[in-house]
Design a binder for this molecule. Sequence first.
Ligand code: HEC
Length: 297
Amino acid sequence: MALILANSVWSADGPALSALIWIAPGHEAAALTRQPAMCSRAAEGDNQVLIGEALFNAPMLLGGQAARADVSCASCHSNGRRNAHFHLDGVSDAPGTADVSSSFFSLAQANDRFDPKPIPDLAYPVKVSRDPASGALERFLRGLIVEEFSGREPSPAAIGALAAYVRAIGDCGAIKEQPRRLADQAALVRVSVLAAEHLAAAGDAGTAAIAVAGARHQLGLIDERFVGAGLKRERARLLAASRALQPAAQSRAPDPAELQRWLTGFERDLLPVLARGEARSLYSEARVTAWVGRQGQ
Ligand code: HEC
């Protein structure tokens, strides 16, 4: 709860962006408008990598406090790379560090030492081999989710997909950064719903539910940035779109065709409306910078 209080100054008279909870003070504008560039090593249309990307961005894959604080793998490993702006009280010391064995994430596994480590860039193996034959990455990811982050036991398919995504993370040579745009959330809504369709078709309803919750999480991230009286209509429609996904998130056997109908409707009817509002939202770099400046006064 101290986390929320520490950030209350931000939400008193302005929008509360959930990401502010884990952004180092002074890094807000940079963290909200830019992200490390990522160029996938995967072939187009690789469904394993697609499912892995959906899970990587879904807080529900992690359990307990992480999920409640809307933290996903991508909060620390932005775009699969390294979030140099990450700072969470009790978990980090310098920006870009985290103690993943912290009691914040898992009471069961917490060690007594506070030893934050630099968040690694996943485009380059450090301690964990990416060799598929060894299975080291799969074992590491399972331990991370269940032991460090108190998540539910992931299905073997979920671990396989997550590992495929991690292996596909690549850098982009000279291009180090890219902007954060509405298109990022729109792409992740699409990836999450398509992942849920594949998982549902394969009978993995538990992992499909995580992906559907991930799609709703992305809709929430759009909603947070669509602040101000002029964007009320867009927010109301986002809420309705998110509610329409709720049954699929709770179903024991979500219908892939229904998920696809939702996605088609979202991209045809709502996304163009959102795109027209983007320049007036907190996706606009100028607006974010002005807004961050006002908070500091
Ligand atoms: C709170 C921030 C945080 C979150 C959330 C997080 N990680 Fe990490 N991750 C780290 C840190 C810090 C390390 C380095 C730990 C160390 O050096 O002992 C790490 C290490 C790793 C490594 C090993 C890299 C290597 O080659 O040594 C992989 C792979 C990885 N994380 C993937 C993930 C995935 C997948 C998720 C989501 C299930 C995730 N991480 C969630 C902070 C985080």
